[in-house]
Design a protein around this ligand. Structure first.
Ligand code: HEM
Length: 498
């Protein structure tokens, strides 16, 4: 005899069985593909997929920690199911070249769904391929070399202000916030073309709000099993974040309103001008289809994409340099030899080869964006095997930059790898701090120029000091950008001129 309870239990098991039968049927091509990869036998559980392994091995469920553990103990390529989304994790540079260059692999994986709630589905980074193409073409005008050249004086000016501020610390702790404030100000003054003095109060508040929102994203992304709508409405951290987002929207809307009035007064300006800042390009993009909400989303996306990423390269970079006084001296000698006391400008920046190589090596060991993920839009032959349409690819940039087959002595900090005479030894698609292929980072030159000027100017003024001995001491984690879960030690000692 069935009673109600056993009926309920049987229905549960039957539904689960039916769910899995359907799941295996729908994904049969994916399972066939996954058969030959490591991690095939990790059971795919409802809701959590294969991320349950984090609990079993006692690690954080973030992609750096879990990815590193799996790579060490299982190897690559590996199958990962995030929820019920299959992600192929490969560290094979030849496969990555095919995938990231493929015209049917330009859309973002569903792994970004949470992030879209913060940055907006309608921003450049998340738009579906068809709309993305036209918008990227329009925004690229804001990244032309001539525009970048025009920014260099501003980058240099603000880096001198940063040097003054850090001198004022008299050797006290230098924090991530110092870097964040500096990058934020330069970004607003250059790419956004904003009058920093006019909007000073709003920008300081917006900068503070962005930091808090970024921290909340970090916390939310590592708990992907709580739906966003529940988190934002019912969890205290979610409700606080909703307030920060609302407030930052009010600030941006004010800036947009004022800039729009100025643009309307001068309608020919964007059409006839080759050197228009990004904000004006965003505001002028097909006004019929781009609402104020979408404009807001683009501004938030660009601010986040540009600021946290570059701030972390500076922060981790200075700490790594502090661990290597010998490399600081090579850098210092290059800057003094090539530029001396002069302003760092378009005329002399290309001579700073070792400085550029150092930044590249910092981004190899600690890539600000440690992973990217795309959805495969068609069956793609990746050299002997076909990855099926509908599967996702997860590129673990952090691990790729440490693969022993591509990097001799991968744990060693060695900027010489990136000197011009050694560049052809680097395997294509084994290095991608800015991603690779048509949907790579639109701001990579902007970032590299700012970073080069700042590293050179700081090393000219300071010696960096830290108690840390190795990057391995950092407990790294990530939301979209990489960060340390504990405070780090960094001090700047002013150089005495000889
Ligand atoms: C060190 C600094 C930076 C790093 C490491 C970095 C890295 C990246 C990476 C890895 C991507 C993902 C591409 C993909 O999914 O394949 C990306 C996309 C993007 N980045 Fe950057 N980025 C940096 C600075 C900047 C700056 C300065 C800007 C703007 C001024 C910017 C704007 C963007 C935008 C808008 C996208 C989306 C591009 C698209 O989908 O077309 N980034 N970045």
């Amino acid at each position: 005899m069935f009673n109600a309870q056993s009926l309920l239990v049987s229905s549960f098991w039957l539904s689960l069985l039916l769910f899995y039968l359907r799941f295996f049927y729908v994904h049969r091509k994916t399972f066939k593909f996954a058969w030959n990869n490591k991690g095939f036998f990790l059971p795919v559980l409802p809701v959590v997929g294969t991320t349950w392994t984090a609990l079993v091995i006692g690690k954080k469920p973030d992609l750096i920690t879990l990815g590193s553990w799996l790579y060490k103990h299982v190897g690559a390529p590996i199958n990962t199911w995030i929820g019920h989304e299959y992600h192929y994790v490969t560290l094979n540079a030849d496969e990555l070249k095919i995938i990231l260059s493929h015209p049917k692999c330009l859309n973002k994986s569903r792994l970004y769904n949470d992030l879209q709630n913060f940055y907006g589905k309608n921003s450049l980074a998340f738009l579906a391929q068809e709309e993305w193409k036209a918008r990227r073409k329009h925004f690229l005008k804001g990244f032309k070399p001539i525009i970048l050249k025009g920014f260099m004086g501003t980058f240099y000016g603000y880096s001198c202000e940063l040097a003054e501020e850090l001198k004022g610390l008299n050797g006290a702790l230098v924090s991530y916030e110092h870097m964040h404030k500096f990058v934020f100000t330069t970004f607003c003054a250059t790419a956004m073309g904003l009058d920093i003095k006019k909007f000073a109060d709003e920008l300081i508040e917006f900068g503070n709000l962005r930091e808090k929102i970024e921290q909340a994203i970090g916390a939310k992304v590592v708990s992907p099993f709580i739906p966003y709508s529940i988190w934002i409405n019912f969890f205290p951290s979610g409700r606080r974040t909703a307030e920060y987002m609302e407030r930052s929207k009010v600030i941006i809307e004010k800036i947009i309103r004022e800039r729009k009035i100025e643009l309307e007064k001068n309608q020919e300006y964007v059409a006839n001008n080759n050197e228009v800042p990004l904000l004006d390009l965003i505001l002028s993009y097909n006004q019929e289809i781009m609402t104020d909400e979408q404009t807001y989303q683009e501004m938030v996306l660009f601010a986040s994409a540009a600021i946290e990423t570059s701030s972390y390269v500076l922060y981790f970079g200075f700490i790594i340099l502090a661990m290597h006084p010998d490399i600081q001296e090579i850098l210092y000698n290059e800057v003094i030899r090539e530029i001396g006391d002069q302003e760092i400008s378009a005329k002399n920046i290309a001579r700073l080869k070792y400085t550029e190589a150092t930044i590249c090596e910092v981004m190899r060991l600690v890539p600000s964006v440690p992973f990217i993920a795309r959805i495969i839009g068609d069956d793609i032959d990746i050299g002997g095997k076909v990855i099926p349409k509908g599967a996702n690819i997860l590129v673990n940039i952090y691990l790729l930059h440490r693969v022993a087959e591509y990097w001799e002595n991968p744990e060693k900090f060695d900027p010489a790898r990136f000197l011009p005479e050694n560049l052809d030894k680097i395997k294509p698609f084994s290095y991608m701090p800015f991603s690779q292929g048509p949907r790579d980072c639109i701001g990579k030159q902007h970032a590299m120029t700012l970073l080069k000027i700042t590293f050179a100017n700081m090393i000219r003024n300071f010696k960096m000091l830290t108690k840390h001995k190795s990057v391995d001491e950092f407990d790294l984690s990530s939301s979209i950008t990489i960060y340390s879960t504990h405070p780090l030690d960094l001090h700047f000692a002013t150089r005495t001129k000889s």
